[in-house]
Ligand binder design. Structure first.
Ligand code: PLP
Length: 373
């Protein structure tokens, strides 16, 4: 390793760009069609096939995908209600519920997988519940089902591109192509579903409720300027620049995820004899999250920071954020596993372009930390 690299900041997560992504973007830029158009249609078809469902609707984020999925559920059941989500996750699933005036109900997570605990979900289902949004934490498949009830499952697949079975339990599934996800396009999202009506509903609402996209109105070589709007929509659609990158990333996904897996396996081997709980097997290795004694967690993060190594906590439970107005001392007791786990977790650098030299630096730093406490 060059001397100047020994102290270079090691990122936590990051995208991988080959010449193919650059060529694909260049083709779109030169084509003159940058907006929602033929490349996005091609990506939707390829992604639906990849997941094994009939419909894929490309959006500008997973947040938009969760929001419009929940709107589709509300349209179907004809009422708002409560939505069950994990607290050990990113804000978007709870935000989708709040955007729609639904109540957010947090359920606890499974101690091993960090995904929603099916038993606690069952305890928290009431007559008011309209949806459950499990999240495949770090790409580990969440085992939640709705106990054969009418309640709709919306899968949050933000971490799970490449995890076998992801997108196959829920009526609707929301995917992220944010800059550090397994398929990364800068920003981007997708809803996948077998429900034709829901797909059409989301397709219309993604671009301001307009019934036919500009591309659809230009398809026959003539431009048809007229369109209709029967319902208020959102500015949530994707575009062909993002989709060009996405198509290449989807083609590379196996290769990219196998690099992540190799990194995870090297960590697992190196940490075997340390006082660290290793993560469970993941299908996508979106994150690599270890558990350490809560007394050392913050010290370990500081120690790594001093060596210019990024690490993080996925996640501080959502109810700690003041917007939820929770009395944590009192209500936190209802989520004992979330309360315990979040104090012990540390996410370590994992992304396809992490070099072996960088990973050795991370491993050495962690060993140094534990040999010196
Ligand atoms: C679990 C989870 N859900 C949803 C999202 C939101 O994704 P996006 O940034 O595409 O809206 C993220 C993003 O980090 C996430 O980690």
């Amino acid at each position: 390793m060059a001397i100047q690299d020994r102290n270079k900041l090691i990122k936590l997560l990051g995208p991988s760009c080959s010449a193919e992504e650059i060529k694909a973007v260049e083709r779109v830029l030169r084509s003159g069609w940058w907006g929602l158009g033929p490349v996005t249609e091609a990506f939707e078809q390829a992604f639906a096939k990849f997941v094994g469902v009939h419909h894929a609707v490309a959006l500008n984020s997973c947040t938009a995908a969760l929001h419009l999925s929940l709107k589709a559920v509300i349209a179907k059941v004809g009422r708002k209600g409560s939505v069950i989500v994990p607290a050990l996750t990113f804000i978007s699933s709870a935000a989708a519920a709040l955007y729609e005036g639904c109540e957010v109900v947090f359920a606890d997570v499974d101690e091993r997988t960090f995904c929603l605990d099916p038993a606690d979900v069952r305890r928290k289902i009431t007559r008011d519940t309209i949806a459950i949004i499990p999240m495949h934490y770090a790409g580990v498949l969440s085992g939640v089902d709705n106990g054969k009830s009418h309640i709709t499952i919306i899968e949050d697949c933000a971490h799970a591109a490449g995890t076998p079975g992801a997108g196959k339990t829920g009526k609707l599934s929301a995917w992220s192509f944010h800059a550090v996800k397994n398929i990364a396009t800068g920003d981007g999202g997708m809803v996948t579903t077998d429900d034709h009506k829901a797909a059409e509903f989301i397709r219309r609402l993604r671009w301001m409720g307009i019934d036919r996209s500009t591309y659809q109105r230009s398809k026959k070589g003539k431009y048809d300027w007229e369109y209709d709007i029967s319902q208020l929509g959102y500015k949530y659609h994707s575009n062909d620049i993002m989709s060009a990158i996405a198509l290449v990333q989807l083609r590379r996904l196996k290769e990219l995820n196998s690099k992540r897996r190799a990194i995870a396996e090297r960590y697992n081997k190196a940490f075997r004899d340390l006082p660290i709980k290793l993560p469970p097997e993941s299908g996508s290795w979106h994150l690599y999250v270890i558990r350490v004694d809560k007394r050392y967690r913050n010290r370990l993060i500081d120690f790594l920071r001093k060596r210019n190594i990024s690490s993080s906590v996925h996640y501080k439970p959502l109810y700690y954020f003041p917007m939820f107005g929770w009395n944590i001392k009192e209500k936190g007791k209802s989520l004992p596993k979330t309360e315990k786990i979040w104090r012990e977790i540390v996410s370590l650098p994992i992304f396809p372009d992490l070099t072996q030299a960088e990973q050795r630096r991370v491993i050495t730093a962690i060993k140094d930390f534990f040999y010196n406490i």
